[in-house]
Write a protein that binds this ligand. Structure first.
Ligand code: PEP
Length: 251
């Protein structure tokens, strides 16, 4: 059975003290509570160790938002997958559209990052999604399929089964414009069919596919009610426990 996951992506928000306070508040909100999904928070690199030490990591998985495409060495300013794993973080968000667009992360670079993440026992939360012009041109399925094929389809079925996917239509990220539940389900079903074609029904059925893009307390229930939507990757609404907990509790 595939996992239901609600993952926060804090992006470049919250200084260390603020981030720690947010993580502790979420930890307190989850204490003694049974929720029907795994909860993950994606923090800036420098917060990882403090957040891992501050929360009950059996209830909150901690994610980096990126890792280097090289294992180690003279790459000033980079943070390796091994370093991320050494903090106790268990996940890494890869291929976010902001990294693809602003930092020119190509399919090839992302392929390397995925391999290094897996080598270091991190679960990649791999983001895919089309921009508005691609959707308007009716190319959204083709674009998403290529993103998956180009960065992930050289993986063995065993390795692929460790990946979590996040479908994030770029036009819905941070815009307040959510994909409709029908648009999300249509794409998620298409993604699952694409996975089944490559790795078989069992792997496809067991892959968690999250939706991301202006998901919030008011639309999460409707989005998550779809059979192929296994949770959410949440940006803006992950920056406050009052906004994030209702999404966690939408399952
Ligand atoms: C994101 O950046 O992953 C995201 C989904 O952002 P938002 O929820 O703010 O649209």
């Amino acid at each position: 059975m595939r996992k239901k996951i609600v993952a926060g992506n804090w992006k470049m928000n919250k200084n260390l003290q603020e981030g720690l306070a947010l993580a502790q508040e979420l930890d307190a909100a989850l204490k003694g509570k049974t929720v029907n999904c795994d909860v993950v928070i994606g923090t800036p690199f420098i917060h990882l160790t403090s957040v891992v030490n501050a929360v009950d990591t059996t209830k909150i998985g901690v994610a980096a938002q990126n890792c280097a495409d090289k294992a180690s060495g003279a790459y000033t300013g980079e943070v390796s997958a091994e370093m991320v794993a050494s903090t106790g973080a268990k996940y890494v968000i890869l291929g976010h559209s902001e990294r693809r667009a602003y930092y020119h992360e190509t399919a090839e670079i992302l392929k390397e990052k995925v391999l290094l993440a897996l080598k270091n026992n991190l679960t990649p939360i791999f983001c895919i999604g089309e921009v508005l012009e691609e959707r308007e041109a009716g190319r959204h399925f083709e674009v998403v399929k290529s993103q998956i094929e180009e960065s992930l389809f050289d993986l063995s079925a065993e390795d692929f089964s460790k990946i979590v996917l996040a479908y994030e239509p770029v036009w819905a990220i941070g815009t307040g414009k959510t994909a409709t539940a029908e648009q999300a389900q249509e794409m998620h079903a298409f993604i699952r069919k694409t996975l089944a074609g490559k790795y078989g029904e069992e792997v496809a059925d067991n892959t968690s596919i999250l939706y991301g893009g202006s998901c919030n307390a008011s639309n999460a229930k409707e989005l998550f009610a779809n059979p192929d939507v296994d949770g959410g990757l949440i940006g803006g609404a992950s920056l406050g426990v009052d906004k994030f907990m209702p999404i966690v509790e939408a399952f």
